[in-house]
Design a protein around this ligand. Structure first.
Ligand code: ZN
Length: 244
């Protein structure tokens, strides 16, 4: 079985569509495993939710998903993110809100744990260092954990002594799954932040015991055009060109 691992779509329909097309071009998958933040920042929250819900999928909730339905306040968001969040809240249909409300904080398909930020604090924590990766190993029981939130693709590999070691993930990197516990971030679909503006995602192949990471170009200008059309903050528009 093959599953696509996607995170941080952030209402970027052009990026999400390009990723879905890329998945199809590689023979398709059984289901999408989505790591949250479907909405926030981008111009198409409703259409991204609609498209996701048309796919076979499972999904955990992200901080922007909760903020858009008022489950957390935007006081700790930067001003541009908070402004986009207010705008997003007005674009959602009752069905969209109900769907976001229904999303769990954690899921455990097979030997994987899915969380938006981290298994310890799914909504707020960023796993960005050896220390936070190591500490989080105690908060999931499965061999592998998948997270999003930072929009930066990475893998942390745990050694026998319980230390976690950072590894960068570039497009077409293949991770072999064996005894070592791993925390993997597939990067962001709709707002990459590692200096590469292409959408990131991964495919887990249960027979090959591998996770392969991909980077996909998409029509960034189309998303930027729609963001300007809706008057979304210019800083959010520009960052898509640079992947930060
Ligand atoms: Zn995000």
């Amino acid at each position: 079985m093959r599953y696509a691992i996607i995170a941080d779509i952030h209402a970027n329909l052009a990026a999400f569509t390009a990723v879905l097309e890329d998945i199809e071009s590689r023979g398709g998958v059984e289901a999408l495993w989505c790591l949250g933040d479907i909405v926030g920042y981008g111009p198409d929250p409703h259409r991204c939710l609609e498209l996701l819900r048309q796919q076979e999928h499972i999904c955990v909730v992200g901080n922007h998903d909760w903020a858009a339905i008022g489950r957390i306040d935007t006081a700790y968001f930067n001003p541009a993110a908070a402004e986009a969040c207010q705008w997003t809240a007005h674009q959602l249909t009752p069905g969209d809100r109900q769907y976001l409300e229904s999303l769990p904080l954690l899921l455990e398909p097979g030997d994987f744990t899915l969380a938006h930020g981290s298994p310890r604090e799914p909504i707020r924590e960023y796993i960005q260092s050896d220390v936070s990766a190591r500490e989080n190993l105690a908060y999931f029981k499965t061999s592998f954990c998948l997270v999003g939130h930072s929009h930066v693709p990475f893998v942390f590999e745990c050694d026998e002594s319980g230390q976690a070691h950072f590894g960068a993930l570039d497009g077409d990197t293949v991770l072999k799954l064996a005894e070592k516990r791993l925390i993997i971030n597939p990067g962001g679909v709709g707002q990459p932040r590692d200096g590469d503006p292409r959408a990131g995602y991964a495919i887990y192949d249960s027979e090959a015991c591998s996770v392969t990471h991909y980077r996909i170009p998409y029509d960034i200008a189309a998303t930027q055009f729609r963001m300007r059309e809706y008057g979304l903050p210019e800083s959010l528009v520009k960052r898509l060109s640079f992947g930060w």
